[in-house]
Write a protein that binds this ligand. Structure first.
Ligand code: G3P
Ligand code: CA
Length: 306
């Protein structure tokens, strides 16, 4: 009911096809307005006209994929009060230590200050399946073609915990029709090996994005990345410090989707996020942007295209 209300209130955008113009990726949903990785945040991002919606995914103790940015539950749920005795020695509460039934009893909460008010919500932690079913259901009911952009979070850590990600993840992709080169999906990861495995061992042809946080990428490195990914997801700073990166990535056949554009976290060199976005669209010529504020990025993207 809440989701329906959001969609009716905001109005579904007109036909929204995957464009050749830069794509707007809803980072953790419409996380600038609602607690990240909730169905409400995903539905709002959809209604705002995102091209792709991002769930970060981790596994529960019983192997389910849930939408959560961290391997920990404590930054965005009430796990500490609900399960006070379940922290590890480091004081953190790991999703991998909880069953889905237990996680279903938690309340998802806003991570950041000065966004959605904390303590005034009853959001839940969705499963990856629920996220997919929401987006595919909306695609069917609206006639739009919006994609998903899942990030496998720390696959090597999960493997050490006895919860390897790749095969179980691909089983879900198969079930929901995201295995082909032209499927409405990008699969992202900070680790190269899982991206290689998806294609080479598990037969998934869907486009992959290799994420990076820092450092300079040589032409040799870009050439190597192009063997296991169709694009890169660098931090914005990597492009700011190496503006030729986008062109060099393009020369290697790689798309470039930098992260993360936020109204409330703008680098001091820009007066506002609109100016920052304009620079990335018009000057750096990126192929897409991750943003917590889909409505703003979409407006700037559309203006830049006209
Ligand atoms: O996936 C792109 C961007 O989301 C990576 O950063 O930490 O927000 O997942 P993070
Ligand atoms: Ca992410």
């Amino acid at each position: 009911m809440r989701i329906t209300g959001i969609l009716l209130g905001m109005g579904i955008m007109a036909t929204n096809v995957i464009a050749e113009s830069p794509v707007v990726i809803a980072h953790r949903g419409a996380s600038g307005y609602l607690p990240e990785h909730t169905l409400e945040a995903y539905a709002t991002a959809y209604a705002m006209g995102a091209d792709y919606i991002e769930p970060d995914v981790v596994r529960t103790k019983d192997g389910h994929f849930i939408c959560l940015h961290d391997i920990h539950l404590d930054a965005t749920t009430n796990v500490e009060t609900a399960f006070p005795d379940r922290a590890r020695e480091d004081g953190r509460y790991y999703a991998a230590d909880f069953s889905l039934a237990e996680i279903n009893t938690l309340r998802a909460e806003e991570r950041l200050n000065n966004r959605f008010p904390k303590g005034h919500s009853s959001f839940e932690v969705p499963t990856f399946r629920e996220m997919i079913e929401l987006v595919q259901g909306l695609n069917e009911s609206t006639g739009n073609r919006i994609g998903i952009y899942p990030e496998l979070k720390q696959p090597s850590w999960h493997a050490k915990e006895g919860l390897p990600m790749e095969e179980a993840f691909v089983a879900i992709l198969k079930e929901y029709g995201y295995m082909d080169r032209d499927s409405l999906i990008y699969i992202q990861c900070f680790e190269a090996e899982p991206l290689q495995k998806l294609r080479d061992e598990l037969g998934c042809r869907a486009p992959r994005i290799f994420l990076m946080g820092a450092g300079k990428l040589s032409d040799e490195k870009l050439h190597e990345i192009a063997r296991y990914a169709e694009g890169i997801g660098p931090s914005k700073q990597m492009i700011e410090s190496d503006p030729g990166l986008v062109e060099r990535a393009h020369q290697n056949g790689l798309r470039v989707h930098p992260y993360t554009f936020r109204v409330d976290q703008v680098p001091s060199k820009y007066p506002d996020v609109e100016a920052e976005l304009r620079t990335f669209f018009r000057v750096y010529r990126v192929d897409g942007v991750f943003t917590d504020f889909v409505d703003v990025a979409k407006r700037v993207r559309d203006e830049a295209e006209n």
